[in-house]
Design a binder for this molecule. Structure first.
Ligand code: CO
Length: 506
């Protein structure tokens, strides 16, 4: 049986190899490729997608899974296998089943469309031209519906798409969590709005990109991101991409008159990169699918925990503000720790999700969740998206986008086929808060260590509990093992209420 597992890993590694080569090309497309490279790059990516599809749908994988007792009903396979082997079979069974139901033409068409649609989105956003992007969104939606119908024709398309990113989740489950969350957020916003607004004018002074870049490099170092295994570049929408087990790329963006944009993007993406680099599967499973993160929401929990629970706390900045001041320059002259921490936690409904504070952030996600569900089901036509978007912005956040660039064109996700992905962002906040509570229970000195400038204890706890196992456990199992409980929204709600009572004084 060992030789069958070995052969499975060998075949799987061939697939992982191709997907990571494709990641190199996608990363290059977003960072350095000249604009006219797009047509041929689209062909290159489509070719690799086709190749990856062939690798993963190799019938030999199906036969080996079957021989090892792994079926749809019992993905873990024979009882006699080790826990790691059984976890591996579950991961591979899920990937194999999902891929084998997709026709090769759909896979290639999707890859080609994503590359072109992404280019169209960049141009449409820069020209505030929704009409130019609409046909591409139409096509992405249609491809996503086809994909969902292939994977499970008996389930609503949106449920199938959600399950791709967060195994086991359904629209109904998420809607239930979001209803409570929305109510709590609205209540908290009301309390905050009854208090005088925090002054963050000093953060809106000009801080040159060169200084911000130095800040970003320092932060990556401070959080313990290995420079020999990671690098930083600049893109419109910050992201993290894994090109190899020892090569993770992150990006940030420099907004001249808002230093926090790069500070928190860099901390956020560093959190993602620490997760990727912290995965440590047993040797036989390195570079296999067992060495991938548990889910998108679990990934987001790591970035948000570093960005918010740590990166926006007084404890973190107490030993680090002076260094930030020296790198960022005059904009922080005379700024005290208290006024800095209050300013970086200012709550104000705004147009852009990625710049949103922790209270309104999840309202942005709820908006996208409701809209994409309507788009996928056909209840909302693509041509009506700008109007629906703007109306919901007013309803949920009380602000109206002045143009589509800052409205429905702001996010890249739908352009690259990430439909069903957004809820992960809000679920990530919930995981993060629950982990943060548990971390401080089991590491009573965590707060004191942070105040001494030592983040290693926190990083190692997360590595041990969340990063190291990769996808050995389903996300629901992982949070249960790490915290002793199923996912609950109450940790996040309590965290926000406690924090903002301090920031706004109620
Ligand atoms: Co993220």
């Amino acid at each position: 049986m060992r030789s069958e597992i070995e052969r499975l890993v060998e075949l799987d590694r061939g697939h992982v190899l191709v997907t990571r080569i494709a990641s190199v090309l996608s990363w290059d497309q977003e960072t350095y490729m000249p604009v006219k490279g797009i047509e041929e790059r689209a062909e290159q990516l489509a070719f690799l997608e086709g190749l990856a599809h062939e690798k993963l749908t190799n019938p030999e994988i199906g036969s080996l899974l079957h021989a090892l007792g792994s079926t749809k009903a019992n993905p873990l396979g024979h009882d006699s296998l080790s826990p790691d082997e059984r976890a591996y079979l579950r991961v591979l069974r899920r990937a194999y089943d999902r891929e084998t139901c997709l026709p090769i033409d759909l896979v290639k068409d999707t890859a080609r469309t994503i590359a072109l649609s992404q280019g169209a989105w960049v141009e449409a956003r820069s020209k505030n031209d929704f009409a130019a992007f609409a046909p591409w969104l139409e096509k992405m939606l249609s491809l996503s519906r086809s994909k969902a119908a292939c994977i499970d024709p008996d389930k609503p398309a949106y449920d199938v798409l959600l399950d791709l990113y967060e195994p086991g989740s359904t629209e109904a489950d998420i809607a239930r969590v979001f209803v409570d969350l929305r109510a709590e957020l609205v209540k908290l916003l009301g309390k905050i709005n009854s208090k005088p607004q925090v002054d963050d004018a000093f953060l809106h002074q000009e801080c040159p990109a060169g200084r911000q870049a130095a800040v970003s490099r320092w932060l990556m170092d401070l959080l313990g991101l290995d420079k020999d295994r990671a690098r930083l570049d600049v893109t419109a929408h910050p992201f993290t991409s894994t090109l190899g087990s020892d090569d993770v790329r992150i990006t940030t963006r420099y907004v001249g008159d808002f230093l926090p944009s790069s500070v928190f993007s860099t901390i956020h993406e560093t959190g993602h990169a620490l997760y990727e680099l912290g995965i440590d599967s047993p040797a036989p499973f390195r570079r296999s699918k067992l060495s991938e993160a548990a889910s998108m929401a679990m990934h987001e929990s790591q970035s948000r925990l570093w960005e918010n629970m740590i990166g926006r706390s007084a404890g973190f900045w107490k030993p680090n503000l002076a260094k930030l001041h020296s790198l960022a320059g005059p904009i922080l002259d005379g700024v005290t720790l208290d006024s800095f921490v209050r300013a970086i936690n200012r709550v104000e409904p705004s147009l852009i999700r990625t710049e949103a504070d922790e209270v309104t952030y999840s309202l942005h996600v709820i908006l996208r969740f409701e809209i994409e569900s309507d788009l996928v089901s056909g209840r909302l036509a693509v041509k009506d998206l700008p109007g629906a978007w703007n109306a919901k912005m007013v309803e949920l956040l009380g602000v109206e986008p002045p143009d589509d660039s800052r409205g429905c064109l702001q996010d890249i996700h739908w352009a690259i086929g990430y439909i069903g992905y957004f809820p992960s962002y809000a679920l990530g906040n919930l995981y993060a808060a629950q982990l943060w509570d548990r971390l401080r229970e089991t590491l009573p000195n965590a707060a004191a260590s942070l105040e001494r400038g030592d983040v290693a204890g926190v990083r190692e706890w997360l590595r041990e509990k969340i990063h190291r196992p990769g996808s050995t456990w389903l996300p629901g199992e992982l949070i249960e093992r790490a915290t002793g409980k199923d996912l609950e929204a109450k940790h996040f709600v309590a965290y926000l209420n406690e924090k903002y009572a301090r920031v706004y004084g109620f």
